[in-house]
Design a protein around this ligand. Structure first.
Ligand SMILES: Cc1cc2nc3c(=O)[nH]c(=O)nc-3n(C[C@H](O)[C@H](O)[C@H](O)COP(=O)(O)O)c2cc1C
Length: 579
């Protein structure tokens, strides 16, 4: 007789929704919910780790999701090993809640200029501040993700690691700092950690964390991207603008489940063909040599075009190139402290290194020494509930000076050059913190430049609703004539009553005006909307919106009383999407 597999209790879409929703809960809400469900259910509760052993708390700090994925991977490995876990976004945890835990694993990235990921700023401040709890009963471990091309490599993980120890915690295993090729070191670290974590005393049938049934919907990620086709690539801004802004429409032949307004996609860009050719020339390789990348055999030219970073060398490549070239200056540099190496790399892109210190590396070794090409996130500019077989993006050219050269960002250049019919590899990136609220609270949408993209998706979604919340859009760009992105969509939304108010600022037409100007001019109206429970959204350029935020905070605190701005954050009514 063969055992019948019990059908999974939820359908695939339900699983997906449930998982996403659970991640929005903070620790207290999860505890409450588990108790509520146990009490409400007539069936005996089967909860792992209820006798004595608390689930291991796995807290992640992320902006682009690597740490969230690793937290889930760790949780799955724990489940297989009979270790109960609870995965939580550190953005939803308060430091004092740690005092009640006995095992904590932190997996965190560093962002900005050595800053914690933006969503976990409050947790970070709380843990680093004087009010942090003593953690004498806590055993902890920290996995730090970063990018060694940044001056302050993995500092957030390092700071958490030191702070947890200073608060009395006991380190389970040494912290691991991971560079952009983090997969293998993270896997090794997880294997070491599993030996130190307590097994759950299971009282029922559940083993560790709840896991999705094996038949979960197709999930795309950076290793398993979806290939879509370009339908339209249209310049939205002035023809002569140095950093043009384009609108892209991509054909979606396969549905992407659960991609909501506010979410993004990760784009796997190709390197420009001239850059690939220059690298091959410098290495005296033809490009036809077969190489293997992630168990996938392919010609070298393809591996360089699609999978390797040909801009930033990184310290690993520096060591490789010193050995290949035997250049005394490089060999000496590799003996120096890493700070000097990083300073050198900030002044030398990959091609500079290859030209200045010639060598002829073997093809496979070259591929293995280069850093993986990182995906770039772009907000989705349409609502898939309205149009489910197209994906729209808003892309601005990114330029930066390097030495005396003028360099262009790889991903934006790739996207701006695409032609109808070209394939694009992408995967969904969900951004639960930048969604429309469940209720009909008023919305204040503030956008700088391409920050308008997710709001276009919001407006499309709202246009389908019978009950619409009041919605106020504030948008800033350079010139009215040339840069009023999605002007027709915005005017249509205004005419249809989806937008109650629209304020625009065009910097070049209105010297002295800033994004904040219309909001300060109408501070009473802003205060009234906030009193009515409005959610405030900020999207676009980090520098400009951070300035706006500090100006608004001062103005609002003055009008509504000290702490008004903070209160917005506490009530999860402030949503940031800054880059
Ligand atoms: C805008 C930006 C700034 C970053 N700044 C740093 C930094 O200062 N130090 C560092 O070590 N890594 C830095 N990184 C690299 C990230 O920490 C790394 O990509 C990490 O894998 C991201 O993890 P996440 O996807 O969980 O956010 C930065 C990445 C981005 C996109």
């Amino acid at each position: 007789m063969t055992a019948q597999a019990t059908p999974p209790p939820f359908s695939d879409p339900q699983w997906s929704q449930l998982r996403q929703w659970l991640e929005t809960l903070d620790e207290r809400q999860r505890w409450w919910l588990s108790g509520y469900l146990a009490a409400a259910s007539s069936a005996p509760a089967a909860v792992a780790g209820t006798e004595g052993t608390q689930p291991v708390l796995i807290g992640y700090g992320t902006e682009t999701d690597n740490c969230r994925h690793l937290a889930r991977t760790l949780s799955e490995h724990c489940g297989d090993a009979g270790i109960a876990t609870e995965v939580v976004d550190l953005a939803r945890l308060r430091p004092r809640q740690l005092a009640r835990r006995d095992h904590l694993v932190i997996i965190t990235a560093t962002h900005g200029d050595g800053d914690p990921p933006e969503p976990i700023q409050d947790f970070y401040q709380g843990l680093m501040g004087d009010g942090a709890p003593q953690l004498a009963n806590l055993k902890f471990a920290v996995l730090a993700l970063g990018d060694s091309s940044y001056e302050r490599f993995c500092v957030t993980g390092q700071e958490f690691d030191q702070r947890l120890e200073a608060l009395g915690g006991e380190r389970l295993i040494a912290r691991q700092d991971c560079d952009v090729d983090f997969e293998q070191p993270a896997r090794d670290w997880i294997a070491r950690l599993l030996e130190k974590l307590p097994k759950a005393n299971t009282t029922g049938t559940a083993q560790g964390p709840a896991r999705a049934p094996t038949s979960s919907p197709p999930s795309y990620d950076k290793h398993h991207p979806l290939t879509v086709e370009v339908l339209v690539n249209q310049n939205l801004s002035a023809a002569d603008r140095a950093q043009p802004i384009h609108h892209l429409e991509l054909a979606l032949d396969q549905a992407i489940p659960d991609l909501f307004p506010g979410d993004a996609v990760g784009i796997l860009a190709d390197n420009p063909p001239e850059l690939v050719a220059a690298v091959l020339d410098a290495c005296e390789l033809s490009g036809e040599q077969p190489v293997t990348v992630n168990d996938d055999a392919q010609p070298l030219v393809q591996a360089l075009r699609q999978t390797r970073d040909l801009t930033i060398a990184g310290t690993g490549f520096l060591a490789f190139w010193a050995e290949q070239s035997q250049a005394p200056a490089l060999l000496e540099l590799c003996q120096a402290e890493s700070r000097r190496q990083r300073a050198f790399l900030r002044d030398h892109q990959l091609l500079d290194l290859l030209h200045q210190y010639p060598a002829r590396p073997p093809a496979q070794a070259l591929v293995e020494a280069l850093r993986p090409l990182q995906p770039r996130l772009y907000d989705v500019a349409n609502s898939l509930a309205v149009l489910d077989d197209e994906l729209h993006l808003t892309v601005k050219a990114f330029h930066y000076p390097f030495r005396k050269r003028h360099e262009q960002g790889i991903a934006s250049r790739y996207l701006l050059d695409l032609q109808p019919g070209d394939p694009v590899r992408l995967y969904p990136h969900r951004n639960a913190r930048f969604r429309l609220p469940d209720d009909d609270a008023p919305l204040i949408l503030i956008a700088e430049g391409t920050g308008i993209a997710p709001y276009r998706a919001f407006l499309q979604a709202l246009s389908q609703q019978s009950q619409r919340p009041p919605c106020w859009l504030v948008f800033a760009e350079q010139r009215f004539e040339d840069d009023f992105l999605y002007q027709l969509d915005i005017q249509q939304a205004r005419a249809d009553g989806v937008l109650e108010r629209v304020d625009t600022v065009f910097y070049q037409d209105q010297p002295g005006a800033g994004l904040i100007t219309p909001l300060l001019d109408q501070i009473d109206r802003l205060g009234t909307w906030i009193d009515r429970g409005a959610h405030l959204y900020l999207c676009g350029d980090k520098g400009r919106l951070s300035d706006l935020e500090s100006g608004l905070k001062t103005a609002l605190d003055q009008r509504q009383g000290d702490g008004a701005w903070k209160q917005l954050g506490r009530e999860k009514r402030l949503h940031r999407n800054l880059y």
